[in-house]
Design a protein around this ligand. Structure first.
Ligand SMILES: NC(=O)c1ccc[n+]([C@@H]2O[C@H](COP(=O)([O-])OP(=O)(O)OC[C@H]3O[C@@H](n4cnc5c(N)ncnc54)[C@H](O)[C@@H]3O)[C@@H](O)[C@H]2O)c1
Length: 311
């Protein structure tokens, strides 16, 4: 594969730090823009890091000074709860930030724009699994901001012939994750703290392992597709109660459960069809839920051991 210069936004965060590792392993040159570079252990020593907001005008310097081939855009305000509390902040990053990057793509004639979207834009639907053609009907500020950003990405494809791919991720999980039910419960169980479960624990999610997500971000660099939007999922449902049973079996710890209320904008059941992405990109998730969970637990245990040793 020819070496490409790739700008990865949010590359110091959970999903995109794995994508950075994958791209580096394939020999690409990576520049990361992220406004938070505190998690040093997630940074790849072979990538270049620029600490900045994505909507800061100064990021134009990157495009002036480097011949960027691909923008892989993962920076976002990702919390449904924070988006409810600070909707304007959410829109600023998720909508205006994306627009700023699209403008850079247009001005500097970028070959490809990869955008991380979300299952959140389907909202609560009657029929599962959702396909890419299911009507989008977000029930959260976060979902609306992702849908709006998607529309801009599609528009830049139509108006300026920018090659684009939009990935609608189901619920990602894996090492380095900070929020979300899997990371929070895994961290708590390892510290013998109680686990907070929203509602009755029977809400279901389609959990997709982060390394499988990194894989598809690599595949799309070289493969042409007819479609522009793809679900990235396992098309299986796991209830939160099921997940906790798995977690308890693997760690051999019986946790204390604290029930809390469902939050505004919470999706009750989520499962995404992944037929299209298999057909066009020949991608399907390689990691079973149990295997992914085991890897996640091992990674979190390692983080704690390092912390305890003061490393
Ligand atoms: N985690 C999931 O389950 C999931 C599901 C669907 C979609 N996504 C999408 O995938 C992407 C990555 O999510 P993640 O879970 O890795 O989140 P994350 O919070 O771990 O990573 C996001 C990164 O973006 C950075 N960032 C946020 N706002 C920024 C800004 N204005 N300027 C520069 N950097 C900024 C953060 O510092 C962080 O490092 C997001 O776009 C998210 O919407 C995630």
């Amino acid at each position: 594969m020819a070496q490409m210069n790739i700008l990865v936004t949010g590359g110091a965060g959970f999903i995109a730090s794995h994508i950075v590792d994958k791209y580096i392993s394939l020999g690409h040159r990576i520049i990361v823009v992220d406004h938070n570079l505190k998690n040093k252990s997630y940074l790849n020593s072979k990538a270049q890091y620029i600490e900045s907001d994505i909507d800061d005008k100064k990021i134009e310097d990157i495009f002036r000074d480097n011949k960027i081939d691909v923008i892989n855009h993962h920076a976002a305000q990702i919390s449904v709860e924070d988006a409810e509390k600070f909707p304007e902040e959410n829109a600023k990053t998720n909508i205006l930030g994306t627009l700023h990057l699209l403008e850079m793509a247009r001005k500097y004639k970028i070959k490809k724009f990869i955008f991380s979207s979300s299952a959140a834009l389907y909202g609560n639907v009657k029929q599962l699994p959702v396909t890419e053609n299911t009507l989008t009907n977000p029930n959260s500020q976060y979902g609306i901001s992702k849908l709006c950003a998607e529309k801009y990405v599609l528009l830049y494809n139509q108006l300026y012939d920018l090659d684009i791919t939009i990935f609608r991720y189901a619920n990602a999980y894996g090492p380095r994750q900070k929020g979300g039910v899997i990371a929070l419960c895994t961290q708590n169980i390892l510290q013998n703290k109680p686990l907070a479960v929203r509602g009755d624990g029977e809400t279901t999610r389609d959990f997709v392992f982060v390394e499988d997500i990194a894989e598809v971000n690599a595949l799309v660099l070289t493969k042409q597709t007819q479609s522009k939007i793809f679900n990235v999922s396992t098309n299986t449902k796991t209830s939160i109660n099921n997940f906790i049973t798995f977690l308890s079996d693997i760690t051999k710890i019986t946790p204390q459960i604290i029930k809390t209320q469902l939050i505004a904008g919470e999706i009750i059941n989520s499962r995404l069809d992944n037929t299209l992405i298999f057909k066009e990109l020949q991608w399907k998730p390689k990691t079973s839920f149990k295997e992914g969970l085991q890897k996640t637990i091992v990674a979190f245990e390692k983080e704690y051991n390092h912390k305890e040793l003061g490393e």
